[in-house]
Design a protein around this ligand. Sequence first.
Ligand SMILES: [Zn+2]
Ligand SMILES: [Zn+2]
Length: 383
Amino acid sequence: MSPNTPREPKPPLIWANTLMFVLTLAIAAVAVPWYGLTHGFTTATWVVAVFFTGASGMAITAGYHRLWAHKTYDAHWSVRLILLVFGTMALQNSVFAWASGHRTHHLKVDDEDRDPYSARRGFWFSHIGWMLREYPSGREDFSNIPDLRRDRMLAFQHRYYVPLALLVNFGLTLLAGVIFGDIWGMLFLAGFMRLVWSHHVTFFINSLAHMWGKQPYTEDNTARDNPVLAVVTYGEGYHNFHHIFAHDYRNGVRWWQWDPTKWLIGALSLVGLTRRLKRTPAFQIQKALLAMEFTRAKARLARFPAETHSHLEPLRVRLAHEYENFLSAIADWARVKEEWLNEKKRVVMEQWEQVDLQSKLRDIERRLSLQRRRLRVLHAQLA
Ligand SMILES: [Zn+2]
Ligand SMILES: [Zn+2]
């Protein structure tokens, strides 16, 4: 754009959203500390505020995100109802609007014209700016949620979203205030403070989780794995993994990675309230990790000056050799998996055969993890 080209006018403001964000933030920043200092909050108010924060936050992560937007598991209607009630409390629009925009985000990630909250348009835009103006990238289009539109519970929520959101936010908060005898304190802490906190930590997933952290699985998009963000977002900080394996009910895939949302979904499955939890096969995860490490090792080798190339030859040979091993492991795995699937199709199946094939698959998985260890040594030599 030449300096003389007139700037394109910004799309018109969405006043309802803008006022809602400004007013709730102002109350949380000014009225809440003032009330705390002059009147104080009771223990019961704190407990309810923490409970509402966790419940509405996890209704977004376990419900809006992993259940409805990505279909990573099935849930009993009672679980869906609770997720819907507390998800409505989070004031992040209806499931229809949220899941539809989120599916577009995954499909068009980083596309400045089509990703509704593309991180390439900067922190402000991806965090909150995208909701403040009528950007063409944010235009509602429910053609990507035919499955959700058939759900009557979700259709009801979408149709009566505003009264339901007001009812849940004010109704439940005031009810708790009456029960525990602290109406104003409850309204400020469990109402406004909770809302502003849960808004911004969720928004961090669209902003910070696309800017700050590591990319162990893929560099095809800006999504990052960030354990710090995972702590405040109930596990959603492992966003690099999530963008490559979006159909997995886990975001923090390793057992030790902080992901209370996966623990909740897993625990509910033990009592039969959630079912058909989708998991990415360990091999696919190893494969993505290794492919990324090979790309990085090759890029590092290429960065060395030409005069050092003869010294690097042994490393280059080793890397090529490892890469061949990697490709052959992938081919072996595909072949054994195919055999295994054929076995499964057979009506009469010898149990021992299946066990044999499964152990073969596990062997190949072990080969890959050994290879990752060897690559780490190689990386250290290149550093
Ligand atoms: Zn994302
Ligand atoms: Zn997602």
